[in-house]
Ligand binder design. Structure first.
Ligand SMILES: NC(=O)c1ccc[n+]([C@@H]2O[C@H](COP(=O)([O-])OP(=O)(O)OC[C@H]3O[C@@H](n4cnc5c(N)ncnc54)[C@H](OP(=O)(O)O)[C@@H]3O)[C@@H](O)[C@H]2O)c1
Length: 245
């Protein structure tokens, strides 16, 4: 089996995903840059190669079955197996001026798009990559979630601050719940699957508002992608430790 480990990061052309790719590349991983737009993808691959990362582009729209199947075929052809999958691609869905998504006026098309990307996209990509992950000695799956998906935090008056978000926040609660079910399914195997909150990071996602840099946001996902055998699984982490469900 080749010594070089291969990682695939979805939505790796910018923001936190790009920095996860850069960080894993810096640790010696060969990195598949999953991105749906050809120009954005190749630009990111070029930037990563420019800083010494062994990067390759993977055309990947997480909402499209054929695109995801094609991505798995490409990774198989180029690497033969997958050691790390980071499900990072995500969208917020349209929000009001204060970033709110009022449940009483929710556009179901917005909800459908958010769930298709943030939830079904993760299942679609994970299941397509699973045969390749099973060929790794130590497969790791990281689902990039958010602490707004923590029901404990949302219902605690001290932490449930910020706008009501009826599409995005529940999509991350769903993703967290899925992470638990995958971990249960993988019990007794060497596959570790965890959810990560990057914190509030200044990216396109939020109009570049947020105290944290993409590098800082990438730290916990990278830590979970590189867990040693016997590490935690079915958990939800941020930099400071475990996030309550
Ligand atoms: N920023 C924060 O404060 C924050 C906080 C908590 C959690 N998160 C989570 O962190 C992850 C990354 O967010 P970010 O802040 O880095 O946002 P971002 O800069 O907007 O990046 C999102 C990435 O996802 C990609 N993407 C969206 N839909 C896709 C699809 N259907 N198929 C493939 N790729 C798709 C985007 O590609 P395009 O360039 O083609 O659109 C982009 O590469 C998301 O899951 C988000 O929910 C972010």
């Amino acid at each position: 089996m080749s010594e070089t480990k291969t990682a695939l990061v979805t939505g790796a052309n910018k923001g936190i995903g790009y920095q996860i790719a850069a960080g894993l590349g810096g640790l010696g991983y060969r990195v598949g840059v999953g991105a749906r737009d050809a120009v954005r993808r190749e630009t990111a691959v070029g930037r990563l190669r420019g800083v010494g990362v062994d990067a390759f582009g993977v055309p990947l729209d997480v909402t499209d079955d054929r695109s995801v199947t094609g991505a798995a075929e490409l990774v198989e052809r180029l690497a033969g197996r997958l050691d790390v999958l980071v499900n990072n691609a995500g969208i917020s869905g349209e929000m009001g001026p204060g970033w709110e998504q009022d449940p009483t006026a929710l556009d179901l098309e917005v909800l459908r798009r958010v769930v298709d990307t943030n939830v079904m996209g993760v299942v679609r990509v994970t299941n397509a990559m699973l045969p390749l992950l099973r060929r790794s000695a130590s497969p790791r799956i990281v689902n990039v979630s958010s602490s707004v998906g923590s029901l404990a935090r949302q219902t605690d008056p001290r932490t449930g601050i910020g706008p009501v978000m009826a599409a995005y926040a529940p999509s991350k609660s769903f993703l967290n719940a899925l992470t638990v079910q995958y971990a249960r399914q993988f019990a007794g195997t060497n596959i570790l699957v965890n959810a990560a909150c990057p914190g509030l990071v200044a990216t396109d996602f939020n109009g570049f508002h947020g105290p944290r840099t993409p590098e800082q946001g990438a730290a916990t996902p990278i830590r979970l992608a590189t867990l040693p055998d016997g590490g935690p699984t079915g958990s939800f982490f941020e930099d400071a430790g475990v996030v309550p469900w």
